[in-house]
Ligand binder design. Structure first.
Ligand SMILES: Nc1ncnc2c1ncn2[C@@H]1O[C@H](COP(=O)(O)OP(=O)(O)OP(=O)(O)O)[C@@H](O)[C@H]1O
Ligand SMILES: [Mg+2]
Length: 275
């Protein structure tokens, strides 16, 4: 089966996309013993640097530099090419991408799950909601038929934060849910590149990232099941179509044979035909 593709994106800068992408990849590889790749679409390479400098846990990293100076269709084509090329030979592929309007929203459709980290101030949440709602509005049919899931991730939030009050405009959207929050880590620079947050010696940090990682891992597991079911039903439909083509062919052959027999009989004198 193809890799499960996860995109971590928002057009907002500094919301924790790279921190989440690198550490989610690590959580999934460590806890679930699966092959995880990270595709870093950002020139700053923050998530790939984290993976390169932290202890080696077998994560594969690919840098994909997109030609933003070219036209939109070339950017989309190159992004798709990188995604397909780098998503082979793994179970889960995670992309870290700062969204820009030079990229076609169609690119989001390539993914099974979209994670949108967002700060939780009113302005930041509204802008993240608009970003996702615009995408859903344009592509609702494809999102539904692909059973894509969009996960809003409250990021860098205070420990007193209450998840029920966030992303109210998305709470009734079937394809969306809100992840357990990623809490604000004081003195985060002591952690960056040292090791992955889910195995941090700071138990609060480790617990927070493991809770978040576990939630995403469950979504991925559900996704694998639906993908398998979809794959099998597509296979069954194809098989049924093949059988009916074969049946039609056999019936045609049978009809031709009978017609030939009838034709021959018409030449045989009556007294030679066995009654
Ligand atoms: N949970 C957190 N608590 C405190 N600081 C954080 C947290 N997550 C990320 N940071 C810090 O916030 C800054 C931005 O994080 P990060 O680079 O992950 O965001 P980003 O959305 O990828 O940014 P960019 O848009 O520049 O790519 C970094 O300095 C990072 O160390
Ligand atoms: Mg980043």
């Amino acid at each position: 089966m193809q890799a499960i593709k996860v995109l971590v994106t928002n057009q907002k800068g500094g919301v924790g996309k790279s921190t989440i992408a690198a550490n989610l990849a690590a959580y999934l590889a460590i806890q679930n013993n699966v092959r995880v790749n990270l595709i870093d679409f950002d020139r700053q390479s923050s998530s790939s640097k984290w993976i390169a400098r932290a202890p080696d846990i077998g994560l594969e990293v690919h840098q994909a530099n997109l030609p933003y100076e070219d036209t939109g269709s070339l950017v989309l084509a190159e992004a798709r090419r990188c995604l397909n090329k780098f998503s082979v030979a793994c179970d889960i592929s995670i992309s870290d991408l700062t969204w820009t309007y030079a990229m076609s929203p169609e690119f989001m459709l390539e993914y099974d799950i979209i994670l949108t980290p967002s700060a939780t101030s009113k302005f930041e949440m509204a802008s993240s909601e608009i970003f996702i709602l615009e995408y859903i509005q344009k592509h609702i049919n494809q999102i539904k038929s692909r059973r894509q899931h969009i996960l809003m991730v409250p990021s860098r939030v205070d420990r007193k934060f209450q998840a029920e009050q966030t992303f109210l405009n998305l709470q009734n959207v079937e394809q969306c849910s809100v992840a357990p929050p990623i809490f604000w880590i004081p003195a985060i620079d002591d952690f960056v590149y040292e090791d992955f947050l889910c195995v941090s010696t700071n138990t609060e940090v480790a617990k927070n990232f493991s809770t978040f990682g576990g939630y995403v891992a469950k979504l991925i597991a559900d996704k694998i099941l639906t993908k398998k079911a979809l794959h099998e039903s597509e296979h069954a439909i194809k098989r049924a179509a093949n059988i009916s083509i074969l049946d039609k062919y056999r019936a045609e052959q049978q009809r031709e044979k009978q017609a030939k027999r009838a034709d021959i009989r018409s030449w045989i004198p009556d007294f030679l035909v066995k009654k």
